[in-house]
Design a protein around this ligand. Structure first.
Ligand SMILES: Nc1ncnc2c1ncn2[C@@H]1O[C@H](COP(=O)(O)OP(=O)(O)O)[C@@H](O)[C@H]1O
Ligand SMILES: [Mg+2]
Length: 260
């Protein structure tokens, strides 16, 4: 993969729900390490685009490439194994598992199967894998400001902490492309600041490309180098936060009503 190969590229995506064109010829490119915002009014197609990018929904038209490989027909699991992770607009944690266990199960299992007998007879490497996963879970909890909550059931976490745990789970194995659907919703100002710093770290230090849907426009403008605006299933505008802020069509369609 050359320097200029996009981390993720969606070209000419169409999605129709009966008579509704949820996405109409949408193209979008993410470069390695960049943080790109995706904004637009309710019903614009943001979540549908995430569903297409992550493989939950097949587009009616268009192609998707991950680091130069055509993944249009690949499953969500295949995409996740190849470094693409997402979080959901609606919380989707394993509420009956502890915070730490949510992160352990999110990591690729390299220890092999075989049940209890195999566990008891296990070669040292198998136990090492398990220890590694526990250690990684603890480290990710710490980075996400959740240390001390590892033994708490995910279902018992306050909403902002639970949202942070969703991010933690998405990055338990280091991602190459991260899709975040309204990650700051329900967070306090302190929590969303911490979220920003974790996302920035992933992008700066680990070269992860991030696409971020968020209704909190100030949060997006502060964190993202580039912003794409969706409206009625099409890309209305694309540019730096300053360019987007100054764009009259964007103000009319979106910012005018939410950001004054
Ligand atoms: N499963 C579905 N069946 C029918 N219409 C849908 C479905 N999911 C989304 N839509 C429609 O597609 C459009 C885009 O929705 P969505 O992607 O959820 O927008 P956003 O996330 O930007 O609010 C809306 O008109 C919505 O009603
Ligand atoms: Mg949505």
């Amino acid at each position: 993969m050359s320097e200029s190969t996009p981390a993720l590229e969606a070209a000419h995506i169409d999605v129709r729900f009966g008579g509704i064109r949820a996405l109409d010829d949408v193209s979008l490119t993410l470069r390695p390490g960049e943080i790109c915002g995706l904004i637009g009014p309710n019903g614009a197609g943001k979540t549908t685009l995430f569903d297409v990018l992550s493989g939950i929904r097949r587009p009616d038209e268009g192609r998707i490439h991950l680091a130069g490989t055509d993944i249009t027909r690949r499953s969500p699991v295949w995409r996740a194994r190849h470094g693409m992770r997402r979080t959901f607009q609606r919380q989707q944690l394993f509420g009956q598992l502890t915070a730490a266990d949510n992160l352990v199960v999110a990591q690729e299992w390299r220890g092999g199967g075989g049940g209890l007998a195999a566990d008891l007879m296990a070669a040292p490497t198998r136990r090492t894998y398990e220890r590694d996963r526990r250690a990684r879970a603890a480290e990710v909890l710490r980075v996400c400001g959740l240390d001390g909550l590892g033994d708490t059931y995910a279902g018992a976490l306050p909403v902002g902490r639970a949202r942070m745990l969703e991010l933690a789970r998405a990055v338990a194995d280091p991602p190459k492309v991260l899709l975040l659907d309204e990650p700051a919703s329900g967070m306090t100002a302190d929590e969303s600041r911490h979220l920003s710093s974790v996302v920035r770290h992933l992008s700066d230090e680990e070269g992860c490309a991030v696409l971020l849907v968020e209704h909190n426009v100030a949060f997006v403008m502060e964190l993202c180098a580039r912003v794409v605006v969706l409206d009625l299933g099409t890309v209305l505008a694309e540019g730096t936060p300053a360019e987007i802020h100054a764009d009259q069509r964007v103000r009319d369609a979106y910012l005018g009503t939410t950001a004054g």
